[in-house]
Ligand binder design. Sequence first.
Ligand SMILES: Cc1cc2nc3c(=O)[nH]c(=O)nc-3n(C[C@H](O)[C@H](O)[C@H](O)COP(=O)(O)OP(=O)(O)OC[C@H]3O[C@@H](n4cnc5c(N)ncnc54)[C@H](O)[C@@H]3O)c2cc1C
Length: 365
Amino acid sequence: MRVIERSRADATWGFGVVLADGGLQQLAAADPESFSAIEACLHWIPRQVFTVHDEDIPIDKIRSGGAIGRLRLLQILQAACRQAGVALQFETHVSDLDVFDDCDVVVAADGSNSLVRERFAKHFRTATRLLTNRFAWFGANRTFDASHITFKTISGGALCGHYYTYAPDRSTFVMECDAPTWDALGLEEKTDTERRQITQSFFAEELGHADLIENNSIWRRFPAITTARWHHDRFVLIGDALRTAHFSIGSGTRMALEDAIALADALTCGLSRDAAFECYAQTRRAPMEKLARAAEGSFDWYERFSEKLKSRTPGEFALSFLRRTGRISDERMLRDFPTFIAHARASGAAGLPASDGFPAGGQHV
Ligand SMILES: Cc1cc2nc3c(=O)[nH]c(=O)nc-3n(C[C@H](O)[C@H](O)[C@H](O)COP(=O)(O)OP(=O)(O)OC[C@H]3O[C@@H](n4cnc5c(N)ncnc54)[C@H](O)[C@@H]3O)c2cc1C
């Protein structure tokens, strides 16, 4: 068995990723050693804060989990491969699928620009929606005491910073803006470095007046990718090659790990190759569709968020954020988000779920 990777062993793009508890539990059951190694490196995130118009709104943290550097995660997974006798072949760019002619099974884990998916696009029935928001993935040489989502209103639009600490001295900082803001700031004509300088200036206080760190920090539009079919001949798709999960729901890495676990289980339980591929697809389809619906609700909410900011109070804006994936019913909000509800109620937000003693609509004394 071999893994072919175009990059160096110690290269990655981006910074840290969040791994939530659900995905970690599946990993703990499938590969306890890798789980322990990952768990030992996780930087636990104690709370979440949503900031709008300089008002901090606490969002109750309902799931545990933590963040890890992407490079550290890769090193742990590479060590697990070596221990299992898998040959790792780095700095090898695959441009022709003929190199796999001698293989029984080819697992295409080649990311959102998957060559395998593109080569058999008609068969896989791929659909791609390029979102209109722009984002770039940076690092920051400082730590934060919470996971933050901060919205800054600027002339002509708004910016959003998603940031959290993933190592003792390092944080992830994803900068995002919608299309009207991109135009208002004239970012299309700028270089990536100029875009960083312009956008980070609005977060100078949060960044302690330091520069954001770049690592392939290209400003991009997110491709929301889905595929109807999951395998073709000897090729089977997993992770971002199969479908992307918008970064605002922080689940892409978890989904890739869960795909790999389900595929490994199917391939080692005595089925023929094609039956194993089908078994993998059946196991993963329902959770994937559930996540796709949540991701769609989330990225639709983020598209043109500057417009929503104009017409809502901070509490109402935060309320619509919590409802964006359709997963949080009023009942669940009252049960799992008491700090948020108390804060929003105190600030007079309209549209809050009704509860005993409090009418819906945010009346307070
Ligand atoms: C800004 C941002 C923040 C995110 N935050 C989170 C988060 O907090 N939590 C989370 O779970 N997910 C997060 N994600 C999503 C996560 O990064 C992806 O879902 C995850 O990396 C997918 O893993 P993958 O292995 O499928 O693809 P990738 O990580 O893209 O890996 C694909 C690999 O294939 C290699 N490759 C590609 N083509 C070839 C070729 N032709 N030949 C040889 N090698 C090739 C690439 O070099 C790469 O190493 C985030 C994504 C973004 C953009």
